[in-house]
Design a binder for this molecule. Structure first.
Ligand code: SF4
Ligand code: SF4
Length: 365
């Protein structure tokens, strides 16, 4: 079916015409103004802000909870279950434990459900978690946009540095994956129910509350590098992103380019924060594509670049993508809440005892 005859006009035969320049070069141009794309609203930006504020809210609640714990007085707020979203290794163990035993653990159940929701998103909708939900991704993006405005451009590492460095996140993922895979259901159960796992969120809080100079230097370095290089942390070091990238390889939704109406302007590739050669591909299968829509928004020709199931289809608008993404995420969280599996089962009194002995609680293995 001819997309341009059916979707835009009965009169447009060829969406692209060849124009010869004075110097003899030939370039492609859109044959009709009606084929030019108008920019849409930045829905992704709003969704990112929404999750960023949810993260801040979780942070404030957890701070109040920790404050009460350190003073040994009843907490004015309950511990926010969402904090478990920052314990991906514990969540990976919970998922494997669930696969082996069919049991959803009650120590960090919210972490398990968030992890499952995020994997679902990447399997069906590419690595959208990274560019739509993750607060680290949002900070990373804000930093490189700031860097781009400040310096007039962002930088890219030479290929001989970029390619080996990109494997770092996969090596980290392999390390965690193999470490978890070799554990039996019994060993996983002992770890999940250990005091160490119970206080994993508290230990994470203490790490930031009493951060060492070394950690400040490393985090500061990552922040500075993120100003110069697009998504530095996500591109090179995040094992969570590596896992989502691999699971996103089977996503039926992909960025797809319609060769017939493409004018080879290269704007999509220029806009891609992952440095993918979008203008040379029919569809983007890469594990680095995070469904950020930057290429789609940059493309000047209607219905030429889309996130779609098949080439030539109209594809999902940002609004539709957001609707599906939020639907999967809050659908999974909603199931957990309705089933009474969102809050963990550790009473505040047990937290008080665990907190008093925090220094003595070490790794379970
Ligand atoms: S710009 Fe396009 S190809 Fe690049 S990461 Fe974003 S959605 Fe994927
Ligand atoms: S932005 Fe990319 S897909 Fe769109 S016309 Fe230019 S080269 Fe083709």
């Amino acid at each position: 079916m001819d997309l341009y005859r059916t979707k835009i006009s009965e009169t447009i035969d060829a969406p692209v015409k060849i124009v010869r320049l004075k110097d003899g070069r030939e370039i492609k141009k859109v044959s009709d103004k009606r084929l030019l794309r108008k920019g849409g609203a930045d829905i992704r930006g709003y969704v990112q802000l929404f999750f960023f504020f949810i993260t801040l809210w979780i942070g404030v609640d957890f701070y109040l909870f920790m404050n009460a714990l350190s003073k040994g007085v009843p907490a004015v707020v309950t511990r926010p279950p969402g904090v478990e979203g920052f314990l991906p290794i514990s969540a990976l163990m919970s998922l494997r434990y669930f696969i082996l035993t069919g049991i959803i653990n009650h120590i960090h159940p919210a972490g398990f459900f968030i992890f499952v929701a995020v994997i679902f998103i990447s399997v069906f909708m590419k690595k959208g978690f990274c560019s739509w939900i993750c607060p680290v991704g949002f900070i990373s993006e804000s930093l490189y946009e700031f860097g781009g405005k400040l310096l007039g451009r962002n930088f890219t590492l030479p290929k001989w540095v970029d390619i080996p460095l990109r494997s770092l996140k996969y090596l980290l993922l392999a390390f965690f994956f193999i470490s978890v895979s070799v554990l039996s259901a019994q060993e996983l159960g002992s770890f999940i129910h250990s005091d160490f796992n119970k206080v994993a969120d508290i230990k994470m809080y203490m790490f930031f509350a009493h951060i060492s100079t070394f950690s400040i230097v490393i985090i500061g370095l990552l922040l500075i590098l993120s100003v110069f290089y697009k998504n530095f942390w996500c591109r090179y070091a995040c094992p969570y992103g590596a896992l989502l990238g691999i699971s996103s390889l089977i996503s039926p939704l992909k960025i797809r380019r319609v060769e017939r109406s493409c004018i080879d302007c290269g704007l999509c590739s220029q806009a891609c924060p992952s440095g993918l050669p979008v203008d040379k591909l029919d569809s983007v299968s890469s594990a680095e594509c995070n469904a950020c829509y930057s290429c789609v928004e940059a493309c000047p020709v209607k219905n030429t670049l889309n996130l779609s199931l098949r080439s030539g289809e109209k594809g999902l608008s940002q609004k539709q993508y957001a609707f599906l993404l939020l639907g999967i995420y809050f659908g999974v969280v909603g199931v957990a809440v309705l089933a009474g599996l969102w809050q963990n089962s550790i009473p505040f009194n047990e937290y008080l005892i665990l907190f008093k002995n925090l220094g003595a609680i070490s790794h379970a293995f």
